[in-house]
Design a protein around this ligand. Structure first.
Ligand code: NAD
Length: 478
């Protein structure tokens, strides 16, 4: 139902039982070969892809996003991820021989990647399929079982995924299970997992990190952002305007990497604002709209209040506010808002909006924009726009963000070889990239003495001055 979370809440005993079953399933799954796991996940994906209309409908009904966002971002994003990790799983997870000093020539050294056990995924509502599914694919490929605690605002998509995994008959029963409920259920999952990957707010992330620290289990935190977009005077303006429009309003602005602050160098400021204001009028909006709509609705009623407060604050501090009217309160449809002449102290420049709001502010020089961009607790995504690509890359290097784009945004998530994570209050660790698969294992270092069978190593007892000199000589040669 629109504007209401699911009331279902698994009791602690039920969660405990799910973990018990997950451990049984994992004991079986971890014994399968990597090739079998890759084949199983490819098989699951072809079944899901074949039913993409049904899945897109579930996502659309649950979130009110447009069909293009459901297809293009959630489902095709997942397709890219499956393809990427199915191709790279062997390179990343098979035993890796490591170089060693020649004085250890008679030994073999390698790393074995051992699955962690049961991975707890605690996920938000804004990408109810892509985030849980993508993280589950990596955790499963690595040989783990998954207990997924989706947002209480988006449980149906997760239950659909659980059902598909079960019905596929490809995996041991209970290898992927869903726990329903809110923060309490999330805490119960964190308290029982062997590793936890949390995606959501800073407050929730800190809580989960503390629980993980108390049990000494790894925690990866993927938190909020406040994407600064820096538009230099020589920016390719048409592309930059279109990027701002998509970056700020796609998924109705409910994206952690969504553009929220736009700093434009003075000479480009008025043309940029004019063009963006014009483009804003072209957006077609409908809650859960079809392929011919651009943006949908908000997910939580409290977003209406938060955004109204941010727009009011901006107006009171002298900004020009375009759009932002409540079109349909009951269905949480808020017209996209554009704030011009923003100032750094405005709420909209400091707090995560997580809705269809972008704020534009003029700057005298790009260096000022970089300082303002970095003056934020967040450090998730940022972008810079200039025709001078070398300078763009230099500016990008000065930005405190886990993901930076030069004349680009949003697409890093689709390049799964790139780690995706934030710094500062935006998180700890990263999904994707090589580490995004390996982190679901612990690395076991193995050293095998191959010859001679009986001889001791020269640095063992008894010690002597001559032995110490000999060892020094050996180490120097290595
Ligand atoms: P949220 O923190 O309210 O909830 C996220 C999940 O955590 C839900 O499943 C929720 O039930 C659970 N949860 C909340 N508090 C918890 C606690 N104390 N202990 C255990 N579990 C808890 O966040 P949300 O509103 O669902 O999502 C929006 C936030 O997620 C935004 O800040 C957004 O930027 C961020 N986000 C980040 C990424 C990323 O990859 N960095 C991706 C998507 C969304």
């Amino acid at each position: 139902m629109i504007g209401k979370p699911s009331a279902a809440e698994d009791a602690p005993q039920a969660i405990e039982e799910k973990f018990r079953l997950a451990r049984l399933a994992q004991a079986q799954w971890r014994r399968t070969s990597l090739s079998q796991r890759v084949a199983a996940l490819r098989g699951l994906w072809s079944e899901i892809d074949a039913a993409r209309d049904e899945l897109a409908e579930v996502i659309r009904e649950e979130t009110g996003k447009t069909l293009t966002d459901a297809w293009g971002v959630e489902i095709d994003g997942a397709a890219l991820l499956v393809k990427h990790y199915a191709r790279s799983a062997h390179r990343l997870l098979q035993e890796q021989a490591v170089p060693k000093p020649w004085l250890l020539i008679n030994k073999r050294a390698y790393i074995r990647y051992v699955p962690r056990g049961v991975v707890g995924l605690i996920t938000p509502w804004n990408m109810p399929f892509l985030i849980p599914f993508g993280d589950a694919v990596c955790a499963l490929l690595a040989g783990n079982a998954v207990v997924l605690k989706p947002s209480e605002w988006a449980t149906r998509t997760a239950l659909y995924l659980e059902d598909r995994v079960r019905r596929s008959g490809i995996f041991p029963a209970e290898l992927l299970q869903v726990v329903q409920g809110g923060p309490k259920a999330g805490a119960a999952v964190a308290d029982r997992s062997d590793m936890v990957l949390f995606t959501g707010s800073l407050a929730g992330g800190k809580d989960v990190a503390q629980r993980a620290a108390a049990r000494m289990i790894p925690a990866v935190l993927e938190l909020g952002g406040k994407h600064p977009m820096i538009v230099a005077r020589d920016a390719p303006l048409v592309r930059a305007v279109q990027a701002a429009l998509w970056g700020a309003y796609a998924n109705c602005g409910q994206m952690c990497v969504g553009v929220q602050r736009i700093y434009v160098e003075r000479p480009a400021y008025e043309p940029f604002c004019e063009a963006l204001a014009e483009q804003l009028k072209t957006l077609r909006q409908a809650a859960g709209g079809g392929f011919d709509t651009d943006i949908g609705r908000l997910m939580l009623p409290e977003q209406l209040e938060r955004i109204a407060r941010q727009l009011e604050d901006a107006r009171a501090r002298g900004a020009r506010v375009l759009g932002g009217a409540e079109v349909d309160r009951e269905n949480l449809v808020l017209a996209p808002a554009l704030i011009l002449d923003a100032k750094p102290e405005m709420q909209v420049m400091r707090e995560e909006a997580f809705g269809p709001v972008a704020a534009v502010m003029p700057v005298a020089r790009v260096e000022e924009a970089v300082a303002l961009a970095n003056d934020s607790p967040y450090g998730l995504a940022a972008s810079v726009w200039t025709r001078d690509l070398r300078r763009g890359e230099e500016i990008a290097a000065a930005l405190e963000a886990g993901t930076v784009g030069v004349n680009d945004l949003g697409t890093p998530y689709a390049v799964c070889g790139l780690p995706f994570g934030g710094i500062k209050a935006s998180g700890l660790g990263a999904r994707h990239g090589d580490e995004g698969l390996r982190m679901f294992c612990w690395p076991q270092s193995v050293l095998v003495h191959e010859w001679s069978a009986d001889g001791p190593d020269p640095w063992w007892f008894p010690y002597s001055r001559a032995k110490a000199n000999f060892m020094r000589w050996l180490a120097r040669l290595s």
